[in-house]
Design a protein around this ligand. Structure first.
Ligand code: G6P
Length: 372
């Protein structure tokens, strides 16, 4: 009913505005004196996190992209290889698992059959399993060795939004916890990261202010036949997630690419007028990605692409090269994806709305796929 939607036209519209609470509620009670407490992990044993030598993340759909996003930070912070696999691929290829492998499953519903079967497979083959889940007592957390719940609140719209940012939040907390246990970051480094982490809900609210401008763009683009998304580093899975959202609810062909792959194929798709979202990192990070992305933008622009950029507010170095820019507040490298994804969620919502589609119940899709 309209009341359940809290005055919004759709659950998805409401849930996008709940991104800040999804993050703050997932952080709540888990940060103490500049350190992470995740007492639900104690069951894995005192030295467990020093003994593991790899992490494999399994998930489907949007949850997979949250894993792909967080893997960059977990590897950097905790000094452990993190590989990802779609749950339905994992179990049919004799995956490499030992008793030193931690298998992390990501699932909003906790009922996705492919993910559940992959968790069972991992346990049978000697790995410990950690469930990151948004649904208390669901099948996947019940069948896992340990669980860290996301506290996004119930998600009703088929297309996942706030559960995505809550999953990244839980994975980041886990990554920092791991860094504490493995002594791969100093306590000052961890405290600084946690300070920045806690500013993210407020920064997300600032991004939500871009809603009306994105809505205008989406209504203008209602006839688009194809939209491309480009990003590098954590911007890459965000590009994939942005494209998935558009396919799911607006039925528009959309593809995400790692921007560095452009010259290896996708640039052939660029013709005059082709809309391309580009996820632009902050120019302040000392990783040299920003100039690379700017040169990618110049390459596609020279071929007529319409560039829609998600940038750090005030990034004047990119503005001359883009057609539209949506601004996010500055934050440190690994927290950027939590902000950059929001304009893409809003864009899909508004494009679907502009086409008069059922935003919450897209054709052919289910909120939770409980069959293989
Ligand atoms: C379905 C939904 C997606 C979701 C995926 C995984 O395909 O339509 O929105 O990302 O399942 O769901 P889970 O509940 O395991 O996160």
């Amino acid at each position: 009913s309209a009341a359940d939607k809290g005055g919004w036209d759709s659950f998805m519209a409401k849930e996008i505005t709940e991104n800040p609470e999804a993050v703050s509620n997932t952080l709540m009670g888990r940060i103490q004196d500049g350190a992470v407490t995740l007492s639900s992990l104690d069951v894995l044993g005192e030295n467990y996190f020093r003994e593991i030598d790899r992490i494999t993340v399994i998930a489907c759909g949007t949850a997979f992209y949250s894993g792909q996003t967080a893997a960059y930070a977990i590897e950097r912070w905790a000094g452990i290889p993190v590989t990802l696999e779609l749950a339905h691929e994992f179990r049919y290829r004799t995956p490499f698992i030992t008793d030193r492998t931690l298998v992390i499953s990501l699932s909003q519903s906790g009922e996705t059959m492919d993910t559940l079967m992959a968790v069972r497979y991992a346990r049978e083959h000697g790995a410990k399993t950690l469930s990151i889940c948004n649904t208390q007592g669901a099948s996947i957390p019940r069948e896992s060795d340990a669980v860290v719940y996301t506290h996004a609140g119930p998600e009703v719209a088929v297309a996942s939004t706030k559960a995505f940012t809550a999953q990244i939040t839980a994975l980041y907390l886990f990554g920092l916890y791991l860094a504490q246990e493995r002594s791969t970051l100093s306590s000052d480094e961890i405290a600084d990261l946690l300070d920045e982490f806690q500013t993210i809900p407020e920064k997300m609210r600032a991004v939500l202010e871009e809603h009306d401008r994105i809505k205008e763009l989406a209504h203008w683009m209602a006839d688009a036949r194809s939209v491309l998304y480009l990003g590098r580093s954590t911007g890459f899975p965000i590009a994939l997630e942005g494209a998935l959202k558009l396919k799911e609810i607006a039925y528009i062909h959309a593809e995400g690419f790692a921007a560095g792959e452009l010259k290896h194929g996708p640039i052939a798709l660029i013709e005059p007028g082709q809309p391309v979202f580009v996820i632009v990192p902050s120019p302040r990070h000392d990783d040299s990605l920003h100039p690379k992305i700017v040169s990618n933008i110049q390459e596609i622009r020279a071929r007529g692409a319409r560039v829609l950029a998600v940038i750090e507010g005030g990034d004047a170095t990119v503005l001359p090269y883009v057609d539209e820019a949506f601004a996010c507040p500055p934050t440190s490298e690994f927290f950027e994806p939590l902000l950059r994804v929001i304009p893409l969620q809003i864009f899909a919502l508004e494009l679907s709305t502009a086409k008069g589609l059922d935003v919450d119940q897209p054709r052919n899709l289910a909120k939770s796929v409980t069959v293989e």
